[in-house]
Ligand binder design. Structure first.
Ligand SMILES: *Cc1c(COP(=O)(O)O)cnc(C)c1O
Length: 357
């Protein structure tokens, strides 16, 4: 298959493999597949459908519009779709009617649910803040939140499905403190009449590494796509495979007046490539790495050919992939350009055609 410009290849076989690895790693806890930011740039609907076909019951969609678009795309109950970023001005009736699980941090949000005209009880996950200060009720506000939810549960307005939090996952000691605060909040909820909610706390890093962080459900984002954090263990060492490959054909091969030889691909910073890349990372052609060089243009990137005489216009250049064709992984790209691999994938322009295999 020849491609004319750049192409994003999404390998659903690799995605399914990662889901099997993550499911086995955390069993008997369950896996929630987080698909925010267009499934980390991999394609919301394709990724969600593949996850559901692989037996995943929980999808983390971030917000209500994304959740509803998944229901419209045919992701029906009993697949659970979780939305935790709620717009204060939002009418929650469509989400409740579509059986979307809602992450709830405040009594005001509970009141919004109570005021909605939905005919079915809302499914709510009550959020405690355990130190990250990114939403969540404080330990002081927690009893009131739980008590109000319990009262609404008795009225048939909602069902308390879960108690949850989000932790930093940057520091083991800090995470241990968050886990302890979480367990206290679960105990408080228990005493207020929530006997056995689902409990979820961890995202990729802590969920993979720490059995005491898994509880009933782990919210996996980055690792689903084979994207480990920078400077940490590689995807390979965890048995994960990078799902996305970015490639483009050679568009120009030329010799400069000083004798240096260079070649280009038609992907530039408008496509989402980082201007920090030249001099820091390379691309692979025929299994050989070549460093990117300045200038990174709006829609073109140059790489140095040195003594490589084999490269011709039309040859396939792999910008990043799982490393099997000699190319750098997204983890290497992230480390080289001082960012996370996740940022690189979510910054990609939607104008790059995506091919799902
Ligand atoms: C993004 C996100 C996740 C997934 O995080 P990863 O580190 O990519 O696994 C999980 N939970 C919440 C609340 C998130 O916002």
């Amino acid at each position: 298959m020849t491609i004319s410009r750049g192409e994003l290849l999404i390998d659903l076989e690799a995605l399914r493999h990662n889901l099997d690895v993550l499911t086995a790693q955390v069993a008997p806890s369950q896996v929630m597949v987080v698909v925010k930011n267009d499934a980390y740039g991999h394609g919301l609907v394709d990724v969600t459908k593949a996850a559901v076909e692989s037996g995943i019951c929980w999808i983390g969609a971030l917000d209500v519009p994304t959740s509803l678009s998944l229901r419209e795309a045919g992701i029906s109950s009993p697949t659970r779709i979780f939305a935790w970023l709620l717009d204060p001005a939002e009418d929650l009736e469509p989400a409740i009617s579509a059986s979307i699980d809602l992450g709830i941090s405040t009594v005001e949000q509970l009141n919004t649910i109570a005021a909605s005209s939905a005919a079915t009880p809302a499914r709510v996950h009550l959020k405690i803040d355990t130190g990250l200060h990114r939403n969540g009720a404080t330990p002081e506000d927690w009893p009131e939140l739980v008590a109000r939810a319990r009262a609404l549960e008795d009225q048939g307005t909602l069902e308390i499905v879960a108690v949850w939090t989000h932790i930093a996952e940057a520091d083991d000691h800090e995470d241990s403190l968050s886990i302890a605060r979480f367990e206290e909040a679960v105990a408080v909820a228990h005493d207020l009449g929530v006997p056995s909610p689902l409990r979820h706390l961890a995202a990729s890093a802590a969920g993979f590494a720490r059995s005491d962080a898994r509880f009933d459900l782990v919210r996996f984002g980055a690792f689903v796509y084979g994207l480990p954090p920078g400077d940490g263990p590689s995807a390979e060492s965890m048995g994960l495979r990078q799902v996305m490959t970015l490639s483009a054909p050679v568009s120009v091969v030329e010799t400069l007046p000083d004798g240096r030889r260079r070649a280009s691909i038609d992907l530039g910073f408008a496509d989402g490539l980082s201007t920090l890349a030249p001099g820091r990372i390379g691309v692979a052609v025929h299994g050989r790495r070549h460093p990117l060089i300045d200038p990174l243009e709006v829609d073109r990137a140059w790489f140095d050919l040195a003594d490589d005489n084999e490269v011709a216009v039309g040859d396939l250049v792999t910008v990043w992939g799982d490393g099997s064709a000699g190319e750098p992984t997204l983890q290497e790209w992230g480390d080289a350009t001082g960012t996370m691999s996740e940022e690189l994938v979510v910054r990609l322009s939607p104008r790059i055609p995506r091919r799902v295999i």
